[in-house]
Design a binder for this molecule. Structure first.
Ligand code: RB5
Length: 142
C-alpha cells in the first residue's frame, strides 16, 4: 500500500517511528513534512495530504497532530476524504471495515508507540466490508 504522511509540530516526533513501522510491513510512505518541530498550522498539512490522497487513486493518508482532532476536522472538509480519528486498534479496524476510511488520524500526545503500532497493524490488515456499509458510506457525502 502507498501512504502519504504529514504532521504538525506536535506530531513530528513520532513520525519517523510510524514510517519505520509501515516500511517494515512493506508499505511505501511519502513524507509530506514538516521536517522539524518549528510551529506550523495543522490545516496546512491536512489539506496538502488530502489533495495528494485524492489525486493518487488507491493511496491512503496518515495525519498526526497533538490530539488528531484538528487534522481530522480539516481533512474531512475534502469531498472524498474519510478521515478517522483512531486511538486504539479496534477503532482503526472498524474505520476501515465499516467506514472505508482513507486517512488515519491520531494524536501524538494521546497514544504511545506500542498503541500506535497496534493501530497501524489493525488499519493495514483490514479491508472495507462493503455490503450494507456501502450505501451508508455513500450517504456521508452531501
Ligand atoms: C498544537 O498545539 C495542537 O493544537 C495541535 O497539534 C492539535 O492537537 C490540534 O488539533
Amino acid at each position: 500500500m502507498k501512504f502519504f504522511i504529514a504532521t504538525d509540530h506536535a506530531g513530528v516526533a513520532i513520525k519517523p517511528n510510524v514510517i519505520k513501522i509501515l516500511e517494515e510491513m512493506n508499505h511505501t510512505v511519502i513524507d509530506l513534512g514538516p521536517q522539524n518541530n518549528s510551529r506550523v498550522d495543522y490545516p496546512d498539512f491536512a489539506h496538502k495530504l488530502s489533495l495528494e490522497v485524492l489525486a493518487n487513486e488507491g493511496t491512503q493518508g496518515i495525519l498526526i497532530c497533538g490530539t488528531g482532532i484538528g487534522m481530522s476536522l480539516a481533512a474531512n472538509k475534502h469531498k472524498g476524504i474519510r478521515a478517522a480519528l483512531c486511538h486504539d486498534a479496534y477503532t482503526a479496524i472498524m474505520a476501515k471495515a465499516h467506514n472505508d476510511a482513507n486517512v488515519l488520524c491520531f494524536g501524538e500526545r494521546v497514544v504511545g508507540l506500542g498503541v500506535v503500532e497496534s493501530i497501524l497493524e489493525g488499519w493495514c490488515k483490514t479491508n472495507f466490508e462493503g455490503g450494507r456499509h456501502t450505501q451508508r458510506v455513500e450517504k456521508i457525502e452531501i
